[in-house]
Design a protein around this ligand. Structure first.
Ligand SMILES: Cc1cc2nc3c(=O)[nH]c(=O)nc-3n(C[C@H](O)[C@H](O)[C@H](O)COP(=O)(O)O)c2cc1C
Length: 185
């Protein structure tokens, strides 16, 4: 049974890195201890589950569509995602990926690296996602994708540039997270 959203935000330290690994279909094969702890699920419940186990109903489909289009093509993307824990509480993260291929260059695994999303990001993202969801519920995902594309066109950016611009960790935090990511490579 899916949890019911509580509207309560889980507090996460800004230097916490939440990491998970999936196969090429998005089935979870590994989660670090932060990933397991924040999710509220047992590690054994997470491993072998589809990654949408964390999906929050406030998330527009269009964002996951953009995300999958990019990583399936082997291109990293930075995305802002609202996730839901087992008890219905939520947390906002900035996520980017490492894409692992086999010797035939076929994508085999994805690793997702997440940090808590800074508040200034949410002031822009929350209303945007709410709008996308509203459009999706009325007219379907193609309509919300079109809206998002027009929104980004006005900013003269693609989704990745838009998120990088508002959410990418800078200075010391950036160095810290780069080093952490290297440990998973
Ligand atoms: C490496 C990786 C990490 C993912 N992390 C999340 C996540 O934290 N939260 C989430 O809702 N979906 C995540 N997804 C996307 C899910 O696989 C799924 O597409 C999404 O939850 C939408 O679910 P739906 O396709 O059932 O609507 C991740 C996918 C991959 C490949």
């Amino acid at each position: 049974m899916r949890p019911v959203p509580t509207g309560k935000e889980i507090k996460i330290d800004k230097y916490t890195m939440i990491v998970s690994k999936t196969d090429e279909r998005g089935v979870i094969t590994y989660g670090n201890s932060n990933f397991v702890e924040v999710s509220g699920y047992k590690e054994t419940e997470l491993i072998g589950s589809q990654h949408n186990i964390l999906r929050h109903p406030d998330m527009p489909k269009a964002i996951f569509y953009f995300m999958w289009e990019s990583i399936k093509a082997g291109r990293n993307i930075t995305a802002v995602v609202k996730n839901m824990a087992q008890n219905g509480d939520h947390y906002w993260v900035v996520t980017d990926f490492d894409i692992k291929r086999d010797q035939n260059m076929k994508v085999r695994n994805y690793i997702a690296f997440r940090q808590v999303a800074p508040k200034n990001v949410l002031s822009e993202i929350e209303p945007l996602y709410a709008k996308l969801l509203e459009i999706e519920n009325e007219h379907g995902m193609d309509a919300s994708i079109e809206y998002l594309e027009a929104y980004l066109e006005e900013k003269k950016m693609n989704y990745n540039q838009f998120i990088d611009n508002i959410a990418k960790p800078k200075g010391l935090a950036n160095i810290f997270f780069s080093k952490m990511k290297d440990m998973f490579k």
